[in-house]
Design a protein around this ligand. Sequence first.
Ligand code: TYD
Length: 136
Amino acid sequence: MSINDCRIVELPKVSDPRGNLSFIEGGQHIPFEIQRVYYLYDVPGGSDRGSHAHKKLHQFIVAMSGSFDVVLDDGREKKRFHLNRSYYGLYVCPMMWRDLDNFSSGSVCMVLASNKYDEGDYYRDYEQYLAAQGLK
Ligand code: TYD
């Protein structure tokens, strides 16, 4: 898979004067079944998250509140995505180095993941990641 497979997905939005509703079905709106949900919140201004890649994990990132940026990097090319609406999300395929920054105050970053937490699935060292990509 390549960085071009990572894309912004517009989610269904049921507009209602009582409040809008969006939904995500695994295998339907995103190309994997959901095994885990986690979220970042109370992120202090100026904080950066991420700085790793996953070997096999597929993820889908949604700004449930506020905004932040996700920078994807395949070792050759970088792309910056700004997330600021809860009816858009970013699909991140395996083997993408990612950095998250530019968090607005009160923002909440929800991540849907294709597998349970497994530290063995991470590359946390950029040089090791480049080597795995055949670039070192
Ligand atoms: P990490 O994935 O590095 O966070 P981020 O990408 O948001 O910067 O995880 C931070 C810590 O939380 C790390 O010690 C592992 C732990 N963690 C879990 O225990 N379960 C999880 O599902 C996740 C995502 C992280």
